[in-house]
Design a protein around this ligand. Structure first.
Ligand code: LUZ
Ligand code: MOS
Length: 766
């Protein structure tokens, strides 16, 4: 059993939110959302909707019994628009009806009269007008401004990266069921059950103990459900509170695409200074983050952007400044990497530009600047257990970089309409929530009298395999077979005050809590065994493979017998434990500290073949040497790495999130928003599990794997860029992702692109 959900997944028996049996009397909700991106609401007319047979109620901001506020970090996000609408798709009203179809049809009968206000979609424009979500922050090491004077080369540039739709297979949704005394049980597709509980309690104006949140599993989260599941849960819970009926809302795909936030687009300016021997001596970067209409998690995302400004390089003089800019887009949110990828795209652009100006391969610059043991990050922490060079040299040797290069060069020499490009992408990602207080978790373990075990933690299974890892932790600590262990749903009444399953830290945090609980139980059971077997004090007793061992010899006493014995002796077979990551701290005044428990490293070599007639491309290989530590489940970890790589490549190449200047999402369906499919994935993804020691802070020394490999995808951008330059060496190619086939084609034929420019949109058929 290497993946606990495999059987029910392939049989279609795994339960998601929409598969839960519907309770009699359930009503269905649907949101009426803003048809403009910014405006003042003059009036709202929902009489026709309300008169529709089967419609039970229309809920607006005026009906909210608690606070009309769901902002987690900054209180700037109304659940339902009251006076102004701030983005296209902002919820204004909620229709409640006897069926899903009636609710959806009635939504179309609502009309809002809205006075338009100016729409801003561009972060630099928002910045220019002073619309910041929070004050800017600057992280600093050395004195970049001064050090540029001592550099042999100083290169300026700009880099832009687009947003990204999470496209979890399971859309957002929630289902609220009334219990007695106004208590509510909520099923939510959330990465953060406690965040849902807290937000719902706030909106309803009830204590948190009145709200129970239960999560079986999600059909994907990717950060999109770290904070943004809260609103949908609050809406159905509010309806349940008002109507005393179960209320369910599962968003349709187009509703989800329109109303929910995405990865933050960034626009950034850089200046990089190098010495003759290609050492990066100084780096200055300014990030303009497109936060959307409200803060959501943007300040934390911005913080991680600052942390990862250097990617995996030691830069002695670094100044990084970030602005979180308020625009009229749906509030952008957590997305795998959480601002880190955006920062890494900029430093890699800076290096690529320097390489092009100096006429050297980018890898020459990358290689000589890799972090080494003890090097200081600009946030004060020093690199410990640094695997940057190890990963790099392993990848270069294992996958024979010289030969890959030579093959590409030879291919390019004898092909005029196809060109190959390759790039190397080293990564370094810090593991821990950057908010110290979030780095805690809990576990609750019951051993039943037959020796079977029920485990609850704060971890949410979203397809990433955390349940499998938790089962392994419990089975290993208790030394019983996996079949003994059952992972319970994630429920706020069993494990309370949890952090969202996010930051790649879920297995580490919850696994450590689970280890503490299991060790406490094991100690108790060993004491029972000692008495039962009459073991002398100096003899060691332990549990191994469901057997009690004394002084390295198995005894007759089995796990099942021991459990029954413990029960007879009235010894508690239940344990709760709490874990908080030690050793992390960060000072917000000096912007220095030790924010991360550890870092994850790796290097990818990515190759692409470009069809220079069509602008289309195929990634030939993604070869990776990755620092997994002592992987506790290579199937799960390989799956995470491969999925993250493809998602990263999608962000950098195909996934083109388009809003028009009025703030309307144009790529509002899967016909216009393209993600990598089975035809677009690289022909080969070869992830080598590098033998590294792991970290004490990683669960069983198996390093966090959720996010770091996504950033290998950035290498796809630069491989493609190199292929384009092999065909059109002098083409103007801004550092602007995604590099879609359309953009590639225009870059290949700059003269043709110029003829296209002045024509009105729509007339330019290729
Ligand atoms: N979520 C969060 C995250 O709240 N804080 C973080 O530092 C983080 N990092 C990565 C992904 N999600
Ligand atoms: Mo996240 S970006 O919810 O780890």
């Amino acid at each position: 059993m290497s993946f606990v959900d495999a059987n029910t997944h392939v049989r279609g028996e795994s339960l998601y939110l929409d598969d839960l049996p519907v309770v009699t009397g359930t009503l269905y909700a649907c949101v009426y959302s803003s048809p403009v991106a910014h405006g003042r609401i003059r009036s709202l007319d929902y009489t026709e909707a309300l008169d529709t047979p089967g419609v039970v109620r229309v809920i607006t901001a005026a009906d909210i019994t608690g606070e009309n506020q769901i902002g987690g970090i900054v209180p700037d996000e109304p659940l339902l628009a009251a006076e102004t609408v701030d983005f296209w798709g902002m919820p204004i009203a909620l229709v409640i009806a006897e069926t899903d179809e009636i609710a959806r049809a009635a939504v179309h009968k609502i009309k809002a009269d809205i006075d338009p206000l100016p729409v801003i979609t561009d972060p630099r424009e928002a910045y220019a007008q002073g619309h910041l979500i929070v004050p800017s922050r600057t992280f600093r090491l050395g004195e970049a401004e001064v050090a540029f004077a001592d550099c042999d080369f100083v290169i300026d540039g700009r880099a832009d990266s687009g947003g990204q739709e999470h496209l979890y297979l399971e859309t957002h949704g929630a289902y609220a069921i009334p219990l007695e005394n106004g208590h509510i049980k909520l099923y939510s597709s959330t990465q953060g059950p406690t965040a849902v509980q807290r937000t719902v309690a706030r909106v309803l104006g009830v204590p948190m103990h009145q709200i129970e949140v239960d999560v079986t599993r999600l059909g994907g989260g990717f950060g999109g459900k770290e904070d943004q599941a809260n609103g949908w849960a609050a809406l159905v819970a509010l309806a349940t509170l008002l109507l005393r009926r179960p209320v369910k809302y599962i968003l349709h795909r187009m509703e989800d695409l329109r109303m929910s936030g995405k990865r933050h687009p960034y626009s950034s300016d850089f200046r990089i200074g190098l010495t003759k021997d290609l050492k990066i001596k100084a780096y200055q970067v300014t990030f303009y983050q497109n936060a959307g209409a409200s803060a959501d998690l943007s300040p934390a995302v911005m913080e991680r952007t600052l942390f990862h400004a250097n990617n995996t390089y030691f830069i002695p003089n670094l100044t990084a400044t970030a602005y979180s800019c308020r625009t009229n887009l749906p509030s952008n949110t957590a997305f795998r990497g959480f601002g880190g990828p955006q920062a890494m795209f900029v430093i890699e652009s800076a290096i690529a530009k320097a390489a092009e100006v100096l006429g050297v391969p980018a890898s020459d610059i990358q290689r000589v600047n890799l972090l080494q043991e003890g090097d200081e990050f600009h946030y004060g922490q020093r690199a410990e257990g640094c695997e940057a060079l190890h990963c790099w040299t392993d990848a270069v040797a294992r996958f024979n970089l010289a030969q890959l290069r030579q093959e590409a060069d030879e291919f390019n020499a004898c092909n005029s309409l196809y060109k190959k490009g390759l790039a190397i992408m080293p990564i370094c990602f810090g593991i821990s929530f950057t908010k110290k207080w979030m780095n805690q978790a809990g576990a609750l373990v019951h051993i039943y009298t037959d020796g079977s075990v029920g485990v609850s933690t704060g971890a949410v299974e979203m397809g990433q395999g955390v349940n499998m890892k938790m089962m392994q932790v419990a089975a290993q600590c208790l030394s019983v077979s996996l079949e003994r262990i059952k992972l319970e749903t994630t429920n706020t009444t069993r494990v309370a005050n949890t952090s969202p399953s996010a930051a790649s830290a879920t297995s580490d945090l919850n696994g450590k809590a689970l280890q503490l609980a299991c060790h406490a139980l094991t100690e108790r059971l060993v004491a029972v065994a000692r008495i039962r077997l009459g073991v002398r004090e100096e003899q060691s007793v332990r549990l191994q493979n469901e057997q009690v061992w004394v002084a390295d010899q198995p005894t007759e006493l089995t796990w099942s017998q021991l459990i029954w014995e413990a029960y007879q002796q009235r010894v508690s077979l239940t344990e709760q434990a709490h874990y908080a990551t030690p050793a992390i701290h960060f000072d917000l005044v000096t912007e220095k500290g030790h924010p991360f428990a550890y870092h994850v490293y790796g290097t990818a070599i990515i190759g692409v073949t470009l069809d220079c007639l069509r602008g289309t491309y195929v990634f030939d290989y993604v070869n990776v040497s990755h620092d997994f530590g002592k992987s506790m489940n290579t199937l799960v970890d390989r799956g995470q790495a491969e999925g993250a790589i493809v998602q990263g490549i999608g962000w950098m190449t195909l996934e083109d999130l388009q809003y028009n200047t009025a703030g309307k999402l144009l790529s509002n369906a899967l016909s216009t928003y393209k993600i990598p499919d089975i035809y677009a994935v690289p022909k080969e993804i070869d992830v080598h599990f590098l033998d590294t020691p792991g970290s004490d802070y990683a669960i069983m020394r198996s390093k966090a794997v959720g996010e770091p490999p996504l950033m290998y995808g950035i290498g796809a951008y630069f491989a493609l860029r190199n292929a384009i330059r092999a065909y059109a060496p002098n083409t103007e190619l801004p550092f602007s992702a995604p590099l879609t086939p359309e953009k590639v084609l225009l870059a290949l034929y700059p003269e043709f692109a110029r003829t296209l420019a002045p024509q009105p949109a729509g007339k330019t058929t290729a």
